[in-house]
Design a protein around this ligand. Structure first.
Ligand code: G6P
Length: 609
């Protein structure tokens, strides 16, 4: 949550700060701000709301400073107004912060008693005063920051700019990501490589607890005990970070349409296409035959990917699977089997709860395999094995292509474990791989169904509550569909196991509430259709997403129907059906005039608990 950036350049940096913040807006967009040194003095410019408000303000008051920091906010403490916008500053230092300072109340009381004047409701402002306190006592900026860091509790990434210090930026990381970049034009700090891609040619990541001083003559990294340390510098491939909507109206539309390509690319990475078998691009750090259980943990959409994968791991590898959302898992103190496998799933690789679940599993002797989209992320770096999704940067806040790529990777892992455990024969593996390989083409076909989806979307847009039903892998997909709809359109939606309908939600059925039934032609089709008929019998408002056979068997009056071919069946149909639920949520939101790429209150990367 929140994106931070810092630039120590050779020319005016305000424009570049805004450019970098644009690439970080996916981390929050409640307010934005920059601080630069104008003739040596700290000067701030802040605006509530999206970055464009800051840009407008900046156009009216050009800043010329060659050093500065910037921030885009996802509010945790204090309203999303201008007063609470970062940078927070006093006469000595300005700071931008991503994360939460847990002990800010005590520190605030202590510093207020010493005469520091607070102007915001944020936890972050305490950091500026704590550092100023050290500077007032005569410490150098480096010493003042090092001392302040030791007083802070919580998770954070910070960037500091100092009054009358045109040759210095300091960054620090504990729990939230921070990268340093370099080019001939300057040195940079940023929450991720994406922010730095337009400027930096090489990059290094701070390790947990590190802090860093950027000066024109060089960069010095320090560990948590303030010892100077080296951090590996690597080239930054700017080309791979191009962020643009192409011919699409929204990033989300572009990302939905990229799915056949990126899922295909991801599958190609995990399959031997010539052989028609799975070939994992990494060595397993455990013996699959000795595995007694798999544990999966993740948040949001990534968690729903895990729920789908449970069906595959149980069926193809005959492995018991325990799965929980990371914010619960991490505090449950769950017993884990000796030498078990923990799979964490995360697009960003920075989600705080997922990271904590990973660390718990590691501390409890698990082999940790992470399915991540950002290979340089903290989760990737802390895992024993990284299974990457090749989705490319996902900018739309609501996850789409990362989700289907996660499913593709999970499917390959499930098949590989099934083979290694002797559950699947080579022939069975080949048959399943050929079904999997068909998915990208089927997704491309699903993308052509927009003409069927649009009228359904117009219908759904009138509702205030929507129910999604599915069985088997289509059950978690129903939850994912409901999540997409509520995220984008703010319409209340729930995903339910179709068989559970009669145990409660059936009481809600009336014509005002659309019931969207996901009915791929698999072994549970008949049962799903029975549930559909239970809704029809009560005058329900039915929308069917399924094959012609599902429609025929339903034999009920449908308010909407989105047809997928009969061949989209079997265990991996959920990957293809995902495209339809994404498009439906997208079109509902577009039809309602909602902000598709940046829905209210959300952020893409959630680095707070
Ligand atoms: C946020 C995003 C979701 C995402 C979840 C987990 O809530 O809005 O789209 O699924 O975080 O994020 P991760 O990066 O760990 O997959």
């Amino acid at each position: 949550m929140c994106g931070i950036v810092g630039i120590l350049g050779k020319g005016p940096v305000a424009g570049q700060l805004v450019e970098a913040l644009k690439r970080l807006e996916y981390r929050g967009y409640d307010s934005a701000g920059i601080a630069t040194l104008e003739e040596g003095r700290l000067t701030r410019l802040r605006a509530s709301g999206k970055l464009k408000n800051l840009e407008e303000k900046l156009a009216g008051s050009p800043h010329k400073g060659h050093v500065g920091i910037g921030h885009t906010r996802w509010a945790t403490h204090g309203k999303p107004n201008e007063t609470n916008a970062h940078p927070h500053a006093n006469s000595r230092v300005a700071v931008v912060h991503n994360g939460i300072i847990e002990n800010f109340r005590e520190l605030r009381e202590e510093l207020t008693a010493k005469g520091h004047k607070f102007t915001s409701e944020t936890d972050s402002e305490v950091v500026a005063h704590l550092v100023a306190d050290g500077l007032n006592a005569g410490a150098t900026p480096e010493k003042a920051v090092a001392a302040a860091l030791k007083r802070l509790k919580g998770a954070f990434a910070l960037a500091f700019l100092f009054d009358h210090e045109p040759d210095l930026l300091i960054g620090a990381r504990r729990g939230s990501p921070l990268a340093v970049g370099w080019s001939d034009e300057g040195a940079y700090l940023g929450s991720d490589a994406l922010a730095l891609a337009p400027f930096a040619t090489s990059i290094a990541y701070l390790d947990e607890g590190d802090w860093v001083a950027l000066r024109r003559e060089g960069t010095t990294f320090f560990d948590a005990a303030d010892n100077p340390v080296e951090r590996r510098r690597q080239p930054l491939q700017t080309g791979s970070f191009l962020v643009d909507k192409g011919n699409y109206r929204h990033f989300m539309a572009k990302e939905i349409h990229e799915q056949p390509e990126v899922v295909g690319r991801t599958l190609a990475h995990y399959l031997d296409l010539a052989e028609g078998t799975v070939r994992l691009p990494f060595e397993l750090t455990f013996d699959p035959l000795k595995l007694s259980r798999v544990t999966i943990s993740a948040c949001g959409t990534a968690y729903y990917a895990g729920l789908v994968a449970r069906y595959w791991l149980e069926r193809f590898a005959r492995l018991p699977v325990e799965i929980d959302i990371a914010s619960e898992f991490r505090y449950r103190d769950p017993p884990l089997p000796e030498g078990g496998l923990m799979i964490v799933v995360s697009q960003s690789g920075e989600t705080a709860d997922t990271l904590a679940a990973l660390r718990y599993a590691k501390d409890h002797g698990q082999h940790v395999l992470s399915i991540v989209n950002v290979e340089t992320s903290t989760i990737a770096r802390e895992s024993h094995t990284v299974a990457k999704t090749l989705a490319g940067p996902e900018i739309g806040v609501a996850s789409t292509k990362a989700y289907t790529c996660q499913l593709a990777v999970f499917a390959c892992i499930a098949l590989a474990l099934g083979r290694a455990r002797g559950v699947l024969t080579k022939e069975q593996e080949r048959a399943l791989v050929s079904e999997l390989v068909a998915a990208p083409g089927q997704m491309a076909d699903a993308l052509n169904r927009e003409a069927q989806i649009e009228p359904v979307a117009r219908d759904v847009a009138r509702a205030s509550s929507v129910l999604y039903l599915g069985r088997g892998p289509a059950f978690p997909l129903a939850m994912e569909g409901a999540l997409k709809l509520k995220e984008l359109s703010y319409i209340h939606a729930e995903g339910y196991a179709a068989g559970e309908l009669k145990h409660g939600p059936i009481a809600l059925i009336d014509y005002a509430m659309p019931v969207i039934v996901l009915a791929p032609p698999d072994a549970s089709l008949e049962k799903t259709v029975s549930n559909l008929q239970e809704v029809a019998a009560r005058g329900g408002h039915l929308i069917l997403i399924g094959s012609p056979r599902a429609k025929e068997e339903a034999a009920a009056e449908l308010a909407g129907f989105v047809e997928l071919p009969e061949e989209v069946s079997g265990p991996f149909a959920a990957i293809v059906y995902a495209v339809i639920v994404q498009l439906l949520a997208y079109h509902v939101a577009v039809f309602m005039g909602k902000d598709v790429d940046q829905p209210r209150n959300l952020a893409k990367s959630v680095t707070v608990e």
